[in-house]
Write a protein that binds this ligand. Structure first.
Ligand SMILES: [Zn+2]
Length: 150
């Protein structure tokens, strides 16, 4: 049996290396977790996040968005935020209805302006600072771009 130190040895699902984890539930619960959970060692986790970030960067580059600069951790977070914000834009655009062709063109112009602004934001920090931007905020910004405050 394991000791009462709450440290358990698990095997990384990806590279099969063994490593220790500390768990804080009852011993029975812990053993269940050790058995059932998919464990990944730190290097594999890091690699996984780096790959995710790279895939997101590539997908966003194909929509004309530049590379983000910052630390690896910040970049990984920022590209996830940018992905979420682009999804919000998509959602917003799909929810819009127009009274006519002129309205539709104006809206397209507004979103193009928004993307132009966003494409200039290459620092991870900017995206992290704007992570709580809602669909409503985006809609407001598009309206401001179309009708700049005097
Ligand atoms: Zn591993």
């Amino acid at each position: 049996m394991k000791s009462e130190t709450f440290t358990y040895e698990v095997k990384c699902r990806s590279c099969r290396s063994k490593f220790n984890v500390q768990l804080f539930e009852s011993h029975d619960k812990n053993l269940f977790m050790v058995d059932k959970k998919d464990w990944y060692c730190e290097p594999c986790k890091k690699k996984y996040f780096a790959e995710q970030a790279e895939q997101r960067t590539k997908a966003q580059e194909s929509s004309g968005f530049p590379q983000i600069t910052g630390t690896d951790k910040m970049i990984s977070w920022a590209v996830k935020i940018r992905e979420d914000l682009l999804k919000k834009v998509d959602y917003l655009q799909k929810s819009l209805t127009f009274g006519g062709e002129a309205e539709k063109l104006a809206s397209e112009k507004g979103f193009a302006g928004l993307f132009e602004e966003w494409r200039k934001e290459t620092e991870a920090k900017w995206w992290i600072d704007h992570r709580n931007m809602t669909v409503r905020d985006i809609s407001k910004r598009v309206a401001e771009i179309l009708n700049p405050p005097a």
